[in-house]
Design a protein around this ligand. Structure first.
Ligand SMILES: Cc1ncc(COP(=O)(O)O)c(C=O)c1O
Ligand SMILES: [Zn+2]
Length: 414
C-alpha cells in the first residue's frame, strides 16, 4: 500500500484521507456554480517505487505500487489498462515520423480511457464501504463507471446529456446503471450530479472533482513509460475536454520523475475541437483562466464542454510540461477516423481520432519535430459512435450474388 496525503492544487494545503472530502476547504469557498473546480486535490504518494516492476502486463501489481489503494484485491475484477503501445509502421511511413506510437486505449473493457479513473474511484468506494457512486458524463465516464460498478457490485447513477450517442446509452443501460438523460448540456449534467450527490449522499465521481479521477488516469503514462523504459518520450498528444485525462497523464509522468524512473516529463499537447476549445484558447492567449465557450458543439461529443472543470490544473500541467494546445475542425476529426483506422488498425471515436488531426496541425505549426518520440493517446472506440464514422466513408451498393458482379465492381476500381 502506498500511503498518501491530499494536497490542494491551488494553495498547497494538505489533508489526510477522508471519504467525505473531495476539495480543499479553503479554496472551495471561491467556487462558482458552473465554473472550473476550485481547490482540486492531488494525491501525494509517500514511498513511490524506485525500480520498474519485473512484469508489467496482465497483473495489477504494477498499478497498485503506484496507486493509493491497499492491495490488488481492492481493485474491481476487470482488466482495465495495460493497453498496447503500438508501433504503427504504416502511419510512421505516411507521416514521415520514425518514432511515433499509438497508445490504444480503445481496448479498455468499456472501450475508453475513462475505465482507468472509474477503476480507482470504485476501488476507493469499496474501501470506504459506500454503495452508490454517481457521475456526470458526456457518455464514456458514465459507461466506465457502469461497467466497473457492475463488476464490483457497486450501484452506478449517471447523468448524461440527452443527446449522448445511442451506443453509449445502450452500453450504460446494459450494464444496469441508473441513467438520467438530462435535457441540457454536459455542464448542466455536472451541476445536477453535484446537487444529487449532496441530496442523496452518493459518492461523486465527477471528473476533475473526485481526486481519484486524475490519479486513475495517470496509469496511461505509467504504461507508456514502462513500455519505453530505455527511451525518453518527447511529446504526448491528448484529446481534451475537461482536461482530466491530460492532468492524469501529467501526474503519471510527474510521479515517475519524482521516483527517478524517467528523466522528466514529455511535452503534453492538448487537442480540442475548434468549436469547444476553452483550454486551447487560454493556452494560445497566454491567459491564466479559461473563458467558457457558451454553446460549445462538436462531432467529438466527448470533448464538448462549455467550461472545462479541470481547467486550472490542466493549464498548469500543459505549461509545466513545456507543452501547448491545438484545435481541429469537425471535418478534420471525421477525416481522421478512417485514416487512423487504415494506417494502424485502431478504430476510434471522433474525440480519440482528433489526436491524429491534432498531430498534423502541431507538425504544421512547428510544435513537434519530425525526429521526436511522439505518442498519440487514442482514448475511445469507434464502436461508440458509428454514425459519426459513417460520415467519412461510402457504403457500397449491394451487388447480385455473382462473380460477374464482383469482377464488374473491381473493374470500376472498388
Ligand atoms: C474518448 C474520450 N477522449 C477524451 C476525452 C476528454 O477527457 P477530459 O474531459 O478529461 O479532457 C473524453 C471525455 O469524455 C473521452 O470520452
Ligand atoms: Zn486550497
Amino acid at each position: 500500500m502506498a500511503s498518501f496525503r491530499f494536497r490542494c492544487t491551488e494553495c498547497n494545503a494538505e489533508y489526510g484521507e477522508d471519504p467525505a472530502r473531495l476539495v480543499c476547504s479553503v479554496c472551495a469557498g471561491t467556487q462558482q456554480r458552473g465554473g472550473p473546480v476550485r481547490g482540486a486535490l492531488e494525491v501525494v504518494l509517500d514511498g513511490l517505487p524506485d525500480a520498474w516492476p519485473d512484469a508489467v502486463p496482465d497483473s495489477h501489481r504494477f498499478l497498485t505500487d503506484f496507486l493509493p489503494v491497499s492491495d490488488a484485491t481492492a481493485l474491481p475484477p476487470l482488466p482495465v489498462g495495460n493497453t498496447p503501445l503500438l508501433t504503427v509502421p504504416a502511419l510512421r511511413e505516411h507521416l514521415g515520423l520514425p518514432h511515433l506510437w499509438v497508445k490504444d486505449d480503445t481496448r479498455n473493457p468499456s472501450g475508453s480511457t475513462k475505465d482507468r479513473a472509474s477503476l480507482l474511484v470504485v476501488a476507493k468506494a469499496r474501501e470506504y464501504g459506500l454503495e452508490t457512486v454517481a457521475t456526470a458524463s458526456t457518455g464514456n465516464a458514465a459507461t466506465a463507471l457502469a461497467a466497473v460498478g457492475a463488476a464490483a457490485g457497486i450501484r452506478a447513477v449517471v447523468f448524461v446529456p440527452a443527446s449522448a450517442p445511442q451506443a453509449k446509452l445502450v452500453q450504460l443501460l446494459s450494464y444496469g446503471a441508473t441513467v438520467f438523460r438530462v435535457d441540457g448540456t454536459y455542464d448542466d449534467a455536472f451541476d445536477l450530479c453535484l446537487d444529487a450527490c449532496s441530496e442523496f449522499g452518493w459518492y461523486n465521481r465527477n471528473t476533475g472533482l473526485n481526486p481519484f479521477t486524475v490519479e486513475g488516469k495517470k496509469t496511461a503514462a505509467l504504461e507508456i513509460s514502462a513500455a519505453c523504459v530505455s527511451e525518453h518520450i518527447d511529446v504526448v498528444l491528448v484529446p481534451t475536454g475537461d482536461g482530466v485525462i491530460l492532468s492524469g497523464v501529467a501526474k503519471g509522468f510527474a510521479d515517475l520523475t519524482r521516483a527517478g524512473l524517467i528523466v522528466g516529463p514529455p511535452r503534453l499537447i492538448a487537442v480540442q475541437p475548434d468549436s469547444s476549445a476553452a483550454i486551447a484558447h487560454a493556452i494560445q492567449d497566454g491567459a491564466d483562466a479559461v473563458t467558457p465557450v457558451l454553446g460549445a458543439h462538436s462531432i467529438a461529443d466527448s470533448l464538448t464542454v462549455e467550461t472545462p472543470r479541470n481547467a486550472i490544473r490542466c493549464l498548469r500541467d500543459i505549461r509545466t510540461s513545456g507543452g501547448s494546445a491545438v484545435t481541429v475542425s469537425d471535418r478534420q476529426i471525421v477525416d481522421a477516423i478512417p485514416r487512423l483506422a487504415r494506417s494502424t488498425g485502431v478504430f476510434a471515436e471522433p474525440a480519440a481520432a482528433a489526436v491524429l488531426a491534432g498531430l498534423e496541425v502541431a507538425l504544421g505549426q512547428g510544435l513537434v519535430e519530425r525526429g521526436e518520440r511522439i505518442v498519440l493517446l487514442v482514448t475511445g472506440s469507434g464502436l461508440k459512435d458509428v454514425a459519426s464514422a459513417a460520415k467519412a466513408i461510402e457504403t457500397p451498393e449491394p451487388i447480385p450474388a455473382s462473380l460477374a458482379a464482383v469482377a464488374a465492381r473491381l473493374d470500376r476500381g472498388a
